[in-house]
Ligand binder design. Structure first.
Ligand SMILES: [Zn+2]
Length: 292
C-alpha cells in the first residue's frame, strides 16, 4: 500500500511529466468501484482542462485543473459548500481538482499511446502532448473523484506541522501513541511502517498513552516523523522516472527499516531482540531497551 513518501514521489513524478499538458479526451472503463464521482462528471471535468500542477494532500494525489469546464460545474458530494452564487476566484483557486487515491494496488502511469488497453485499466486521459495518463488498479480499492477546488482531506500535514500544533494533537488523548499517530484525523498520511520507525527514533514505546508523553518527547517525535518521511521521500526521488514510466514498473527504494518487520532480530543500536505486539489490529515493532 503506498504510504505518504510513495504518494509524494508519485505526485512529484506526475507533476514533472504532465503539468502544463492539456487533457484532450478521457476513456473510463465499465467498473464502478474506483469511481467516487460519476464517470460522466469525471470525463466532462477533465476534458479540455490544462493540468496546472500535481501535488499530494495526505495520501491523495491532487491534479489542479484550469480552464473552462465542459460540464456545467463539477459537483461534489458536499456540493452545497461551494456556494452556487459565489464567484470563483480564477487566479488563486484551480477551476477544479481531480483527486486520485491509489488504495492498495492503484498506479498512475504516463504512457505512450498503446494499441491495447492494459488489464485493470480504469481510466485513460489522452493528453495534448500525445502521451496518455493511465489509472490501473487490479484490486480496485483506489478512488477517483472530482472536487470543486481547495480539497482538504482533514488532519494536519506531518511535514508542515509546527511543534506547537503537533504537541496539541495529543493533549488529553488516552489512546496509545501509536494509534494516535495512525489517526488520519490528527496527522494525515502517516502509515504503520513510518509510525513504528518514528517511535523507535524518538525512543517512545508504541503502547505509551499519548497524553502521558512529555512535551520534550513529543518534540523529538515530531522531528523523527519528519526525518523518517523526509528520508523516504529522498530515496523515492531518485526513482521518479521508473515510477511513472511507460512500463509501469515500481522503482521505489525502501527506507532501511530499523524495527518494522524485524521481530526477533537484534536492535541495530543495542542488540536487544526487536519485539512485536498488536495494537488496534496492527503490528507494532519496538526495542524494549531503546524505547521507554
Ligand atoms: Zn535497542
Amino acid at each position: 500500500m503506498p504510504e505518504l513518501p510513495e504518494v509524494e514521489t508519485i505526485a512529484r513524478g506526475l507533476d514533472k511529466h504532465v503539468s502544463g499538458d492539456t487533457v484532450e479526451s478521457v476513456w473510463i472503463g465499465s467498473k464502478k468501484q474506483p469511481l467516487k464521482s460519476p464517470a460522466a462528471v469525471i470525463a466532462a471535468t477533465l476534458e479540455g482542462k490544462r493540468i496546472v500542477r500535481v501535488h499530494r494532500a495526505g495520501k491523495h494525489i491532487v491534479f489542479d485543473l484550469e480552464g473552462e469546464s465542459r460540464a456545467s460545474q463539477p459537483t461534489t458530494k458536499k456540493g452545497g459548500r461551494a456556494a452556487r452564487g459565489q464567484t470563483r476566484q480564477a487566479a488563486s483557486l484551480p477551476t477544479a481538482q481531480w483527486i486520485v487515491h491509489l488504495g492498495m494496488t492503484g498506479r498512475m502511469v504516463v504512457s505512450e499511446p498503446a494499441a491495447e488497453i492494459a488489464k485493470h485499466t480504469h481510466l485513460i486521459a489522452k493528453l495534448a502532448s500525445g502521451r496518455e495518463l493511465w489509472f490501473i488498479d487490479p484490486r480496485m480499492f483506489g478512488k477517483l473523484s472530482i472536487h470543486a477546488g481547495g480539497f482538504d482531506p482533514g488532519g494536519v500535514e506531518p511535514l508542515e506541522v509546527s511543534e506547537e500544533a503537533f504537541v496539541a494533537l495529543f493533549r488529553g488523548r488516552k489512546t496509545p501513541i501509536k494509534s494516535a499517530l495512525l489517526n488520519q484525523k490528527l496527522l494525515r498520511g502517516v502509515g504503520n511502517i513510518y509510525a513504528d520507525e518514528s517511535l523507535f527514533r524518538a525512543g517512545i514505546r508504541p503502547r505509551r498513552r499519548a497524553a502521558a508523553i512529555t512535551r520534550q518527547q513529543l518534540g523529538k517525535l515530531r522531528s523523527a516523523v519528519r526525518e523518517v518521511l523526509g528520508e523516504a521521500i529522498a530515496l523515492g526521488g531518485s526513482s521518479i522516472s521508473d515510477y511513472v514510466g511507460a512500463d509501469g514498473e515500481e522503482g521505489f527504494f525502501q527506507l532501511q527499516h530499523r524495527v518494522y518487520g524485524r521481530e526477533g532480530e537484534p536492535c541495530l543500536v543495542c542488540g536487544t531482540a526487536i519485539r512485536r505486539i498488536v495494537l488496534a489490529g496492527r503490528s507494532s515493532h519496538y526495542c524494549s531497551k531503546c524505547q521507554k
